[in-house]
Ligand binder design. Structure first.
Ligand SMILES: Nc1nc2c(ncn2[C@@H]2O[C@H](COP(=O)(O)OP(=O)(O)OP(=O)(O)O)[C@@H](O)[C@H]2O)c(=O)[nH]1
Ligand SMILES: [Mg+2]
Ligand SMILES: [Zn+2]
Length: 354
């Protein structure tokens, strides 16, 4: 812990941040971003500031790529974000509103456990979960799947099995924001003062779980539409809230599209079963199409691999390749621009949702 103006350990400060902060020459007092609104970060240096017992820090994000959960240092005049400390993890997707350009949108930073929330009461969506798992593995946080609204169905097991089939050992918890089922199991993950984040479509019940966990109607919730169970995008900005005993919780706005952002081995981990099969194909360059001795086709024939899962993987690999291509083109263009004028590229996004 830094010794002067030390951010409380309760805020999730750790050795990793201490080191990056020290490397910067210990500027200012770091604050943790609790909320973003239209170009402004709300951040806290003390626990009191996170629970409304003291005024939080408010700074402009101009030119800084900030996400909820980030540790920032404000400029000397207290006006804007000067540094964003290196993240220990980040849940980042491609912003879905800008089809022409690959732009990253980080939903939450410095999270330890990312909960991928799905709701009972509508059919399970293994394809969506696959994408979420890719992003979760890439984020650096540990994923946990939550199947909530158990009170709506007689038997949650068929849905749980459908998600477990793609979760590959990532736990699938059952929960209900109404009956309180599963709430303790979720809260347990916060022990050791960890930061949890909730992600999922609008209306799946993220904010309801947050309220059940904090024991207060802190986050607004609203009913899903009768016809299709879709939510109304009630939560409009990600928010970091304190858990009652210890730990932090990031509630996020529902996102419709889970588009990939590059990095790491998310795809390999989320589809480890299929990659394992591919290793057993007779030919190293097997396209898993009609080749003799193809272990993937063999598994499909045996009913051990859902062909839809193979197609989903192929689509994700293509999406990643296209993104990499776009990224390279963009970096080149940025390099050229940097040479032309020495202005840093301003990337500022807020209130982003579908
Ligand atoms: N029966 C039942 N209803 C639930 C449960 N959890 C949430 N709901 C209802 O589902 C609707 C949506 O819940 P929210 O918590 O607002 O959903 P959200 O995921 O935060 O939605 P966004 O903020 O729009 O992303 C509300 O009407 C909730 O009362 C649950 O466990 N059981
Ligand atoms: Mg919400
Ligand atoms: Zn093959």
């Amino acid at each position: 812990m830094p010794d002067h103006a030390a951010p409380e350990e309760r805020l999730g400060w750790s050795r990793a941040f201490d080191e990056t902060w020290a490397a910067l020459g210990r500027p200012g007092a770091p604050a943790r971003v609790t909320r973003l609104d239209r170009g402004w970060s709300t951040a806290a240096r003390s626990f009191a500031q996170t629970v409304g017992e003291a005024d939080p820090v408010r700074v402009r994000n101009i030119g800084a790529d900030v996400a909820v959960g980030d540790w920032i240092v404000a400029s000397a005049d207290g006006e804007r974000v000067e540094h964003v400390l290196a993240r220990t993890s980040a849940f980042t997707r491609r912003a879905s509103f800008d089809g022409m350009r690959a732009v990253a949108h980080t939903l939450a930073a410095n999270i330890d456990v990312v909960f991928l929330i799905h709701a009972l009461g509508s059919p399970p969506s293994p394809r969506r979960l696959e994408r979420e798992l890719v992003l979760a593995f890439d984020s650096g946080a540990d994923p946990v799947v939550v199947l909530t609204k158990t009170d709506l169905v007689d038997d949650p097991e068929p849905s749980r099995r459908a998600l477990e089939a793609v979760a590959l050992g990532v736990p699938v918890l059952l929960a209900s924001g109404v009956t309180g089922e599963g709430i303790d199991a979720i809260a347990d993950h916060a022990s050791g003062n960890r930061t949890l984040a909730f992600l999922g479509s609008s209306g799946v019940g993220k904010s309801t779980l947050v309220n059940a966990l904090v024991g207060d109607a802190l986050q607004a919730t609203s009913a899903v539409r009768d016809g299709d169970q879709r939510g109304r995008h009630t939560t409009v900005a990600a928010e970091l809230v304190a858990m009652p005993d210890e730990g932090w919780l990031v509630d996020t706005p529902g996102v419709r599209a889970v588009s990939l952002w590059l990095s790491g081995d998310g795809i390999e981990r989320a589809f480890a079963d299929v990659f394992e099969l591919m290793d057993h194909c007779r030919f190293r360059d097997c396209k898993h199409d009609r080749e003799p001795g193809c272990a993937v086709r063999g598994a499909i024939a045996e009913g051990e691999l859902d062909p839809v899962r193979l197609s989903a993987l192929e689509a994700l690999i293509e999406e990643e390749a296209a993104l990499e291509e776009e990224q390279r083109a963009r970096e080149k263009a940025a390099d050229r621009r940097r040479k032309d004028d020495r202005r840093p590229e301003a990337a500022e996004y807020d209130g982003m949702r579908d």
